[in-house]
Design a protein around this ligand. Structure first.
Ligand SMILES: *Cc1c(COP(=O)(O)O)cnc(C)c1O
Length: 384
């Protein structure tokens, strides 16, 4: 028998994604999607999944055997569902340090599962008050088992103090869970120093691979304990997925095969560049975005000091001719994607820096944004 080699090539336009994920990918990551057809139950594929899972633990500096990554086929929110549905013992509560849209998503997951919540709410434009966080936990210490907070509130770009909140959670012997979906693999995270028992992310964000695989990284000992916790979901139960992987070395149900190949390649690139260099590269792009934002007279929603720099929320210009949809469409036609805001009724839009971009992309994108504003009849520099 002779098997043919298929030579596959295709040219695609390189677009500039400034939305909060999926992010722009490298050519090598795009190419990694093309692989010979393989059944996911083959040992060869299981080995790749295992490597990817181990590498994910390394990204957050977890020690092998202490922390473990559990993979799920799904978008980032599947991990919110997994964490909330799997990590809370019977009759215990989740305390959510809540200052935005993504923390609200965890609140909603609690409501779906009928899990009682201590909703420690703060203004979405400011950092949570740690004194209030501690007082609230102290008051509820007999009921709360899990403290939850998003690292970056992707709606505003606010960078939440996970390390400090994690320290408070640990002082009271609670499990600290953070939604690190939009920071992991860009902002350095160390689960020990940052006091995280669980964190999570998704293939299409900081890893810079394709959409479809999300993962929860957490303390193995605690996952073992969850065996006896209420099983609130079948497909998204952490213990079920974890124990299947432990026993068989593969995911319980069909994994997103090609996406895992793209993660393998993206992780290779991540480690080749190094955590520090990668973070500095992203911060360089952020600085350039901020420079361009200021040059157009646009105003940022938050003071830069309390943001990660990876999501820049911008107030609508004070000009009756400004029309976000028109601006968006003008840019989209030219290969640049910007994103609407997600902040109640505050009129904002977002420019995100989560993918493989170079400084020239930002220069090009803002040249295009300037033309789009002029096309709408907005005076540039804009009025605040
Ligand atoms: C992107 C993101 C998610 C996941 O969103 P999906 O649309 O389900 O991929 C969750 N949390 C945060 C903080 C995010 O930025």
């Amino acid at each position: 028998m002779r098997l043919k080699t298929q030579k596959i090539s295709k040219s695609v336009r390189r677009t500039i994604l400034l939305n909060p994920g999926p992010s722009s990918t490298t050519e090598s990551v795009k190419l990694s999607l093309i692989h010979e057809d393989i059944c996911h139950r083959e040992g060869e594929f299981a080995e790749i999944t295992r490597q990817v899972a181990d590498d994910l633990v390394k990204i957050v500096h977890g020690k092998k055997g202490d922390y473990v990554a559990t993979l799920f086929a799904g978008s980032g929110s599947i991990c919110i569902d997994v964490a909330i549905g799997s990590l809370v013992p019977k009759d215990k509560k989740v305390m959510i340090v809540n200052n935005g849209f993504y923390n609200d998503r965890a609140l909603q997951a609690c409501q779906y599962y009928g899990i009682p919540v201590v909703n420690c709410e703060f203004d979405i434009l400011t950092l949570p008050d740690l004194k209030v966080v501690e007082e609230t936990l102290e008051k509820n210490k007999d009921d709360v088992a899990v403290v939850y907070m998003a690292h970056q509130e992707t709606g505003t770009g606010l960078c939440n103090p996970i390390r400090e909140v994690g320290a408070i959670a640990h002082k009271y012997g609670k499990i600290m869970v953070s939604d690190t979906t939009s920071t992991l693999a860009i902002v350095p995270i160390d689960v020990y120093k940052d006091n995280l028992d669980f964190c999570m992310a998704s293939s299409q964000k900081g890893i810079n691979a394709f959409t479809g695989c999300s993962f929860l990284i957490g303390k193995k000992d605690y996952i073992e304990k969850t065996k006896d916790f209420p099983r609130r979901s079948y497909y998204t139960n952490l213990y079920r997925q974890y124990s299947y992987f432990k026993e068989h070395g593969e995911m319980n149900f069909t994994p997103p095969v090609q996406i895992i190949y793209s993660m393998q390649q993206a992780l290779k690139e991540h480690f080749a560049e190094g955590e520090k260099a990668k973070y500095q590269r992203f911060m360089g792009i952020s600085a350039r975005i901020r420079q361009e934002v200021a040059a157009l007279g646009l105003e940022e929603l938050l003071p830069p000091e309390i943001t990660t720099g990876l999501v820049i929320a911008i107030k609508y210009p004070n000009d009756p001719n400004f029309d976000f949809k028109k601006v968006h469409d003008y840019l989209f036609e030219r290969g640049v994607t910007i994103y609407p805001g997600k902040i109640g009724n505050l009129p904002t839009f977002r420019i995100c820096n989560l993918g493989c971009l170079v400084e020239q992309d930002i220069i090009d994108a803002f040249k295009c944004l300037k033309s789009a504003l002029k096309e709408c009849g907005v005076k540039v520099p804009v009025k605040k």
